[in-house]
Design a protein around this ligand. Structure first.
Ligand code: CTP
Length: 400
């Protein structure tokens, strides 16, 4: 659960577009994150999805009419006052037009006028409507008034046309809401993150690698972006969605990763190296597939550059963080790497223990800090580990 969503009062405003069905999933995701969600719907939204669906999932009465219920005349003001954030999804051309011009002629448009919390607007409509000058003008007005506007996705639309106008997927809307609510203590900071495994080719069909999923590094990149940093993520081959608003550089071998990292290092304030870099590569990559001829074979390997150690030598004011996945003697091995690579923090974990290490969503990490302090964290989501790590980096930065 994200700490900026948990126990927060979120209003989900649903306007009348075909994408209203996706808002049901968005509501489910918000509830899963521990938010208290109240849903307000326009009368045309009720033609696409019944209020009962939203009522059942939110556990709260859905607001469709200003003049309904005992305290009807002030209900929208109370909701607006209580709100920590508002999402309008889908936002139709009509509701965008009303918001931009201060028109309050139904429950949703009246409620929004009374809201002082951040509002995230997710336009969804036919491409020509979206590109219409009046709609774009209204979107510009809302942006100028401090509303957060999401870009609609592009693709095939329900009306048969193709182009921008699709409502972003619920996971993406949730991510942007978290971003809206996260304090921007990394604003102006440049954070370089590495993630995933490297691949060292043996022949055209084989390579040396490891099971790193990239989840830890991607979580760090996402958390830093949420906190306002400019983030570059140098990633080995992984199978996960890249964080939004982050520059991702895809690499394969340790050599390629080293080249990208060294290029961006000098402009970085913080470097967090979660990547599981192969220590060796084959001396020669076979041009053709190696055939099995003998009962045994050996590979001739040569050492790769220790990228982090190289950064440790070049380091000026940067905060440098490494990760150490160990199978034994965590403290001894991690502290040795902390010193040898001239790091500020090394995050160590024992692989092989349940729910910790490669591929899992959780991790059990101990932070070893320069100067000898040790912080043992309990098992937690990698997103939470990322946030705590960034808190720690911030403290070090302040002392520098
Ligand atoms: N690392 C690196 N370049 C390498 C090897 C490791 O930049 N060629 C970085 C990793 O990204 C990680 C840290 O160094 O942040 C520790 O990696 P790890 O594989 O645990 O340590 P090694 O130094 O390779 O030591 P060993 O394999 O002997 O445990």
């Amino acid at each position: 659960m994200d700490k900026y969503i948990k126990n927060k009062n979120i209003i989900l405003g649903v306007a009348g577009g075909i994408a209203a069905y996706k808002s049901v999933e968005l509501l489910r995701l918000l509830v899963k994150q521990g938010a208290r969600v109240r849903v307000a719907m326009t009368s045309s939204a009720c033609k696409f999805v019944g209020p009962l669906t939203f009522e059942a999932l939110s556990g709260q009465k859905v607001c469709t009419d200003l003049f309904e219920g005992d305290d009807a005349s002030i209900q929208h003001i109370k909701w607006a006052d209580d709100a920590d954030a508002v999402i309008i999804a889908p936002a139709t051309a009509n509701i965008i037009g009303k918001f931009a011009n201060g028109i309050a002629d139904d429950a949703l448009s009246t409620l929004i006028l009374a809201v002082t919390a951040p509002v995230l607007i997710c336009p969804a409509m036919n491409t020509h409507m979206y590109e219409n000058r009046a709609v774009q003008r209204n979107i510009d007005i809302l942006e100028g008034d401090g509303y957060h506007i999401m870009e609609p996705g592009s693709g095939e639309l329900a009306c048969g046309t193709s182009g921008p106008g699709r409502m972003p997927e619920p996971e993406i809307i949730l991510d942007r809401l978290i971003c809206c609510l996260t304090p921007k203590d990394y604003k102006g900071k440049k954070v370089l993150v590495t993630a995933g495994p490297t691949r060292e080719k043996i022949d055209p069909v084989r390579f040396i690698s490891n099971p790193s999923s990239g989840k830890m590094g991607y979580a760090v990149a996402r958390a830093a972006e949420h906190r306002g940093a400019d983030v570059i993520l140098v990633s080995g081959p992984v199978d996960i969605m890249p964080p939004l608003n982050v520059k991702v550089i895809h690499t394969e071998s340790a050599k390629e990763m080293a080249a990208s990292v060294l290029e961006h290092f000098k402009h970085s304030d913080v470097v967090i190296k979660t990547a599981a870099v192969s220590d060796y590569r084959t001396k020669k990559v076979a041009k053709q597939k190696i055939k099995k001829t003998k009962t045994a074979m050996s590979l001739d390997l040569q050492k790769n550059m220790d990228i982090l150690k190289e950064l440790g030598k070049k380091k000026k004011s940067q905060v440098l963080v490494g990760f150490a996945a160990e199978t034994q003697d965590l403290k001894k091995n991690a502290e040795k790497k902390l010193k040898a690579k001239n790091l500020d923090i090394i995050a160590g974990n024992l692989v092989g223990s349940p729910n910790s290490g490669f591929g899992t969503d959780t991790n059990r990490v101990t932070l070893f800090l320069k100067g000898g302090n040790v912080k043992k964290l309990p098992e937690m989501e990698k997103d939470e580990v990322a946030d705590i790590l960034l808190d720690q980096v911030k403290k070090i930065e302040k002392k520098k």
